[in-house]
Every structure is written in structure tokens, then in C-alpha cells.
Design a protein around this ligand. Structure first.
Ligand code: S3P
Length: 206
């Protein structure tokens, strides 16, 4: 059965909205969160969506719902290649609907050239860059990730970091988020988004 990763927006509290800078009060773009397994894309994404008053979607959850199977079951039954083509189709459908949202993606999604081009075209991408040691600690809590069952998780995550970080670095924005506390990470993202929006306003004025 698909593992539970809830989606759907919740209204932000008055205090959360008060913290939101002016530049983000009417923010209506899609933000796509990138990063390795354990980077906190889902947890941070859900909180960020709440603060921005946007819908939250987790692409892995959508893939699981479409297949009525968990990611692990899809890997076991059909293999990684089929999972990747499902992932590409689902992300395309979610980005093509034109509704602003915060979307967490599976760690491998941005590696696909077509998906990467689509994300660059339709969304603001943000890489949550986290130390491998913290990723290992976080991912050891749940055995839901097929790629980490294939050997030593520290070695696998170190290799994936080496392979993927140059590609994640193509994201529009990056937040170093090894501090651990998800609330702090959300607040860092808000700062980076604020800076980005102010910069864009300046460019428009010129
Ligand atoms: C994967 C990451 C997983 C999931 C699948 C493959 C990857 O998602 O999509 O197990 O290739 O890094 P999370 O990054 O949400 O764990």
C-alpha cells in the first residue's frame, strides 16, 4: 500500500503570515524542492506551503496514488526504469496544471533531462543542500527507500551526492539546510525567496 504522505494546503496562522515579507504576501509561483533522500523536502515543503498559503504536493505520493503501490513495491515489481518514467509523467501532469504549489520531488527526479527542463520552465527550483551525515541519520529511521537497501547507506548517499550535486546546483535557488530544525530551514527559504523577488523587481524596473 502507498505510504502516507499527506498533501493539501492548510491556512497559515496569523503569526506565520505576519512573518512573511511584503514581497511574498501574494506569492503565486510553483516552487519545486530538490535534494537527496532525507533532505527534508516533504516536511519542509509542507510547512513552506502553509506559510505561503499554497497547496503542497509530494510527487512520490502522487506516483504511489496513481499506481496504488508504494515506491518500494513499484521498484520491486517493475524496476527503477519504470518508476522513472512514471515519475516523469506525474511531474509533467502536476506542473502542466498551472496551479501554483509547493512540490517536493523524489531525489532522482531532477536528474531526468526532460523533467529538469520542465521544472526550469514552469517553476522556481530550490535545492535543499544537507550534509551527507545528516541524510544518513535521517534516512536510517525508515526503510522505505529502495536505493538505500542495495548496500551501505553512507556509501550510497556519498556516491549519490557526488553524482547529483552538480545537477542540483542548476536549481534557481539553494538553501544550506544542515542545521536540522525544519522551522529554521523554512525561515531560511523565506529569506532566500524574499531576496529573489526583490532582485526580480529590480530587474523589471531597469
Ligand atoms: C529516490 C528518492 C526517493 C524516491 C525513490 C528514489 C532517489 O524519494 O523517489 O526511492 O532516486 O533519490 P525521496 O527523495 O523523497 O526519499
Amino acid at each position: 500500500m502507498p505510504r502516507k504522505k499527506s498533501s493539501g494546503g492548510q491556512a497559515a496562522s496569523a503569526s506565520e503570515l505576519k512573518r512573511l515579507p511584503d514581497s511574498l504576501q501574494k506569492f503565486d509561483q510553483t516552487i519545486v524542492l530538490l535534494g537527496l533522500m532525507g533532505a527534508g523536502k516533504t516536511t519542509v515543503g509542507r510547512r513552506l506551503a502553509k506559510v505561503l498559503g499554497l497547496r503542497f504536493i509530494d510527487s512520490d505520493h502522487e506516483i504511489e496514488a496513481a499506481a496504488n503501490m508504494s515506491v518500494s513495491e513499484i521498484f520491486e515489481t517493475y524496476g527503477e526504469d519504470d518508476f522513472r518514467s512514471g515519475e516523469r509523467r506525474v511531474i509533467k501532469r502536476l506542473l502542466d496544471d498551472g496551479r501554483p504549489k509547493v512540490m517536493a520531488t523524489g531525489g532522482g527526479a531532477f536528474l531526468n533531462e526532460e523533467t529538469r527542463a520542465l521544472i526550469k520552465d514552469k517553476a522556481l527550483s530550490l535545492w535543499l543542500n544537507v550534509d551527507v551525515a545528516l541524510l544518513v541519520k535521517r534516512t536510517s529511521k525508515r526503510d522505505t527507500r529502495p536505493l538505500l537497501r542495495a548496500g551501505n547507506p553512507t556509501e550510497i548517499l556519498t556516491r549519490l551526492a557526488k553524482e547529483r550535486y552538480p545537477i542540483y546546483a542548476e536549481a534557481d535557488l539553494t538553501v544550506e539546510s544542515s542545521k536540522g530544525m525544519h522551522t529554521e530551514v523554512v525561515s531560511d527559504i523565506i529569506d532566500v525567496l524574499d531576496e529573489h523577488m526583490k532582485q526580480r523587481e529590480k530587474e523589471i524596473e531597469v
